[in-house]
Design a binder for this molecule. Structure first.
Ligand code: GTP
Length: 595
């Protein structure tokens, strides 16, 4: 155990975690030159395409320091705020963290939040100034910022470049020198914390754990403490580039277990594995529950695929512990699920993963935050979907979630940033100059104003020089109303939204305009109306289509006709028929692009 070091790499998005991880793997010869490719640990297609880390990845390396062999378990973590739950779970499996700061950018919002997450969990922090090769590197200034944040000595900060391979050995040495070996009793009853899992259709669910106490041997009879279910440790091992089976996994190590579990429900991230004989007296304190920020319905495009979708969601949830969901019914869309996400990017990724990994075609509905309705009589009601909103006559008042938003930007953009936050019903709470050019601002803003297009707008007004981090601070009273959309007089529940009264008219008008652009024309006229209660506040009309699309090539080229039909079919892929109107997926997302 003395020779084990468990650490993660944390940073603001794009500060170079995955690239640095590549160099560490290369230097320690964990991967051969032939296996090496950029951002090796980002092995999901989606991660490669988007150039972001979505999942934490654990990998074991060997390193010799002053003639002594060491085993490193490295966890690369995502930087985006929507995946912070991945970071918080990884931290529970580590004693130390490399905190990377891009020398050309300086400290950003998630540098601060991830630092506090690691620090609050008593991790030893190794500050690393990364990308020192860049001509724009502001080494001295950024070091000042790091000293300020971390409270370390200037000399503790390691200069590095993942791209040029600078400082790699210094980092590896610091891992041995500064990060403590894991503690724990190898002879005590087994306690292993499950911090991730993966669905494998051939072998059953793979469970990823970190052993706090005790030793796990192949063939042992184990029990998951939360569910009480017992299994045989058919295969155990460690995580290299692939899984590597072992006969024994020791205290302090990160490893995997395969025991033929088929039911996703049986595996809970945060659960403790122990032995059936000589069980641990208590489970390891698990993880805090996720607090979803945005809710939306996910429905199968083909109503008959409801059960398949449920199955896919269960499997996806194994690998994405931050996804929460429950069954939901919509008058417009039928049976589906109301899902909670950590943000819009998370929602997009869930939809994409359902399609790519589980071959589902789904429709996601208008996203919404969660509100609390205080009733004139009876208990308050929590609503996740506009459709659940009770009759306004029975509502005393409504509360909506507020967040504390931390924005770091250049001083020249302070004015526009404040204006944007005010427009979003925000209140400025604090303003703090990190350096003469950079300022950190704190706002309190309704979550509903931030989750959708806020970040895009922030980036635009600051020409990219702004970073944002936020946390929930509680619920506050607001005058919210339910805005309904009707198509040819039929209310489409999946298009309803709960909006602030002062913004409802503008919202309704723009949404109608947007829908007019997005809904395909049909053989009849379509009236689009926005209403609050009985009152119509906006209206648009889509004129009827005069000709049949096929009429154009009547008698003409058959292959062209086929192409046209093919195209129509494709277009249909993500459409739902509501009454006699077809609604494409984009229409449900139109609310996100109103401004
Ligand atoms: P997320 O996991 O999505 O938060 O990103 P990340 O922190 O893992 O960053 P990643 O390693 O994907 O690098 C982001 C970008 O910075 C890529 O374009 C890299 O090529 C570039 N980059 C990373 N390290 C260095 C470096 O040391 N020097 C220079 N010049 N560029 C770097």
């Amino acid at each position: 155990m003395e020779n084990i070091r468990n650490f993660c790499i944390i940073a603001h998005i794009d500060h170079g975690k995955s690239t640095l991880a590549d160099r560490l793997l290369e230097f320690t010869q964990t991967v051969s030159k032939r296996e090496m490719q950029a951002q090796l640990l980002d092995d999901m297609d989606l991660e490669r395409e988007r150039g972001i880390t979505i999942k934490s990845h654990a990998i074991q390396m060997n390193y010799v320091y002053q003639g002594k062999p060491y085993v490193f378990n490295l966890i690369d973590t995502p930087g985006h705020v929507d995946f912070s739950y991945e970071v918080s779970r990884s931290i529970a499996a580590c004693e130390g963290a490399l905190l990377l700061v891009d020398a050309s950018q300086g400290i950003e919002a998630q540098t601060i939040s991830n630092f506090f997450l690691a620090w609050g969990n008593n991790l030893t922090i190794i500050p690393v100034l990364n990308k020192v090769d860049l001509p724009g590197a502001m080494v001295e200034e950024v070091k000042d910022e790091v000293v300020d944040l971390v409270g370390c000595d200037r000399d503790d900060i390691i200069h590095a470049s993942g791209k040029e391979g600078i400082g790699i050995e210094d980092i590896l040495n610091a891992v041995v020198e500064r990060i403590p070996a894991p503690k724990g009793d190898p002879n005590g009853p087994l306690q292993a914390l499950i911090f991730d899992s993966v669905f494998n259709s051939f072998r059953g669910i793979e469970v990823i754990f970190r052993i706090k106490n005790g030793t796990l041997r192949k063939g042992d009879k184990v029990k998951f403490m939360a569910t009480g279910k017992e299994y045989n440790a058919d295969e155990i091992g460690i995580l290299r580039l692939d899984k590597e089976p072992r006969d024994v996994v020791h205290t302090g190590d990160v490893g995997y277990l395969i025991s033929g579990i088929k039911q996703a429900k049986e595996v809970k991230v945060g659960d403790t594995i122990t032995h059936v004989e000589r069980p641990a007296a208590e489970a390891i304190k698990g993880f805090e529950d996720v607090k979803p920020m945005v809710f939306a319905g996910i429905y199968p495009v083909e109503t008959s695929e409801y059960e398949d979708l449920r199955d896919a969601m269960e499997k996806l949830q194994l690998n994405d512990a931050s996804l929460v969901w429950e069954p939901e019914t919509s008058a417009a869309l039928g049976f589906g699920f109301r899902c909670g996400f950590l943000g819009m990017l998370h929602m997009e990724i869930v939809q994409e993963r359902l399609e790519r990994e589980f071959d589902m075609t789904v429709i996601t509905t208008v996203p919404s935050v969660q509100f609390t309705c205080y009733m004139t009589k009876g208990d308050p009601i929590t609503i996740h979907a506009p459709a659940d909103m009770p009759d306004p006559n029975n509502i005393d008042h409504i509360e909506e979630p507020f967040i504390k938003a931390q924005i770091i930007t250049k001083t020249e953009y302070v004015g526009p940033v404040i204006a944007l936050c005010m427009d979003k019903r925000g209140i400025i709470k604090n303003q703090n100059y990190i350096t003469a050019e950079r300022v950190e601002m704190t706002f309190e803003i309704p979550l509903s104003e931030v989750v959708f297009d806020f970040f895009d707008r922030l980036k635009t007004i600051s020409r990219g020089y702004a970073s944002l981090d936020y946390e929930l601070i509680g619920y506050r009273e607001s005058t919210m109303v339910k805005l309904d959309i009707m198509l040819n007089g039929d209310k489409v529940d999946a298009l309803s939204a709960i909006v602030h009264r002062d913004k409802a008219y503008e919202w309704g008008k723009r949404l109608c305009e947007k829908l007019r652009e997005l809904l395909p024309r049909q053989m009849f006229e379509i009236a689009i109306q926005a209403a609050i209660g009985q009152k119509i506040i906006a209206r648009e009309t889509i004129k009827a289509l005069r000709k049949n699309v096929l009429a154009k090539c009547y008698g003409g080229d058959i292959s062209r006709k086929r192409k046209l039909l093919e195209k129509q079919k494709k277009g249909k892929k993500r459409m739902r028929q509501v009454g006699n109107v077809e609604i494409p997926q984009e229409a449900f997302m139109a609310v996100l692009k109103l401004e």
